[in-house]
Design a protein around this ligand. Structure first.
Ligand SMILES: CNc1ncnc2c1ncn2[C@@H]1O[C@H](COP(=O)(O)OP(=O)(O)OP(=O)(O)O)[C@@H](O)[C@H]1O
Length: 174
């Protein structure tokens, strides 16, 4: 669990940008999801991830959060970056950017942690109705190993005001 959150000024100098990571561990038939036990997104199934800390790279943050939340380790070279999902939150004027990774190799013993209860799901049994409402738009792109560029404008309790979801060539992690 990170405590620090990185803040950047956006163009208008009032918004705050928060960087998150999200990794989906996958084999040919199944995907590993975790049921979030507390905090932001509690009660929802999701990949593993969290806020990128100050002075930490996005890649290192993704590896650290996976270990903290599932006890699994993925090497830097086995982490594949696929793109990001950007959420512009109209009420808080905050922008959340979720950097999405996929990995098919890992080591360590999968464990339930304070934050997540893990479970493997068959690809055709992914519980989209118990995930964030937008996951069904873009997780299929991730599952095809394609690059992802998605943007949402959300209001209130994350109601979608506007969205744009693109399947792109796999980008570089900047
Ligand atoms: C709205 N649509 C969304 N759809 C899918 N996933 C979303 C998401 N918005 C945020 N996420 C992910 O949810 C986790 C929150 O992490 P979160 O628990 O807040 O971070 P961290 O572990 O650093 O928390 P503490 O501040 O220590 O509690 C993190 O994986 C982040 O990528």
């Amino acid at each position: 669990m990170s405590t620090e959150q990185e803040t950047n000024n956006n163009n208008n100098n009032t918004n705050k940008t928060v960087k998150f990571t999200l990794i989906f561990i996958k084999n040919s038939e199944k995907i590993l999801l975790g049921l979030k036990k507390r905090g932001f997104g509690a009660g929802k199934w999701n990949g593993f991830g969290g806020k990128v800390e100050k002075n930490e790279s996005i890649l290192d943050g993704a590896i650290r959060e996976l270990k903290e939340e599932s006890n699994l380790t993925v090497t830097r070279s086995d982490m594949k970056y696929l793109g990001y999902v950007r959420y512009d939150l109209t009420e808080s004027l905050q922008t959340d950017i979720v950097y999405v990774f996929i990995a098919t190799k890992f080591s360590g013993n999968l464990a339930e942690t304070e934050e997540m209860s893990p479970k493997w799901f068959k690809i055709d049994e992914i519980p989209y109705d118990k995930m964030w409402v937008d996951s069904k738009d873009w997780l299929p792109i991730v599952l095809r190993n394609r690059g992802l560029l998605a943007k949402y404008v959300l209001s209130g309790e994350r109601d979608i005001q506007k969205k744009s979801v693109e399947d792109i060539d796999v980008p570089e992690l900047v």
